[in-house]
Design a protein around this ligand. Structure first.
Ligand code: GUN
Length: 281
């Protein structure tokens, strides 16, 4: 079984970006800038945002975190997004999710310029991806896709099962696999027989948020299994895949941590550089 080393592959992406950013600086005398808006004090969000900032600075991006208290007025957030949209030194804007209940997530996502939408969540980017136009692709599914492609270049006709239908992961993941001519089944909490669906799959992407949901006897021999889950349990952080069981069947499997997580951050940096280049056009 191949242990898919997301940490190593993410480091390679960051190295390439570092070179590209340094070239851009020499040629254009400009550095891409990423601004992250963090609302409230949720511990996981604070940790993720800090990790994103650290990674951004390490590759040579400009990075800024704007923090708002959890009871901030929605209008102040929307006005800040307008200001960042109009700031030519900012290439990428990310509003960390989840948001406090009184703030309308859809309004926030729609307010970010699609050209600066490093998350790829704006309906324009979502539509572009699903229609086969060039678009910014959400970071986690993009990271999963790059990991799959590293081990399986030709995905033509492969059967893929995506577990989870979120806008962040499941839906864009499905589009990416479809684009590669996979036969994709998108499953979710109402799916009748998830085990039966998975047992047919050449590729499984598990993004359900349920600890160790995917068991060894769900997985076809030589399947590629990508685990997006990060679940806090009594025995520590575990993924959506029962790692020890599934490793006996899968051809390649991502660990948690050290699989998809580092790829999400590397892809955020990649998207920031891409937005920067698109804005120069
Ligand atoms: N919260 C958890 N994952 C993400 C992500 O990819 N982007 C944003 N903006 N918030 C998140």
């Amino acid at each position: 079984m191949i242990l898919i080393d997301g940490k190593k592959i993410a480091a390679e992406i960051r190295d390439e970006l570092k070179k590209e950013i340094s070239e851009l600086k020499k040629k254009k005398n400009l550095v891409p800038g990423l601004t992250v808006i963090l609302i409230g004090d949720l511990a996981p969000s604070q940790i993720y945002v800090r990790m994103k900032e650290k990674a951004a600075i390490e590759v040579g991006l400009k990075s800024e975190i704007i923090k708002f208290p959890k009871d901030i007025d929605e209008k102040i957030v929307l006005d800040k997004i307008d200001e960042l949209n109009n700031d030519s030194l900012i290439s990428g804007i990310l509003v960390q999710l989840p948001l406090p209940k009184h703030i309308d997530k859809k309004k926030v996502i729609e307010r970010i310029s699609p050209l600066k939408d490093v998350d790829g969540f704006h309906p324009v980017n979502v539509g572009n991806l699903s229609s086969g136009y060039k678009s910014i692709i959400p970071c986690t599914p993009l990271g999963c896709y790059l990991l799959i492609k590293k081990y399986e270049q030709n995905l033509n006709g492969k059967k893929a099962v995506v577990i989870g239908r979120s806008n962040l992961n499941g839906k864009p993941m499905t589009q990416l696999l479809l684009r590669e001519n996979c036969t994709v089944t998108i499953t979710h909490s109402k799916t009748k027989d998830l085990k039966a669906e998975c047992s047919e799959a050449d590729i499984i992407v598990a993004a359900a948020g349920i600890p160790e949901l995917v068991r060894g006897d769900w997985v076809k021999k030589d399947a590629i299994v990508i685990d997006v889950g990060i679940n806090k349990t009594d025995k520590g952080i575990v993924g959506d895949v029962a790692f020890d069981e599934v490793s006996k069947f899968a051809k390649a499997l991502t660990p948690v941590p050290g699989g998809v997580g580092p790829m999400t951050i590397a892809c955020l940096l990649k998207n920031t550089v891409e937005c920067f280049k698109n804005l120069l056009k």
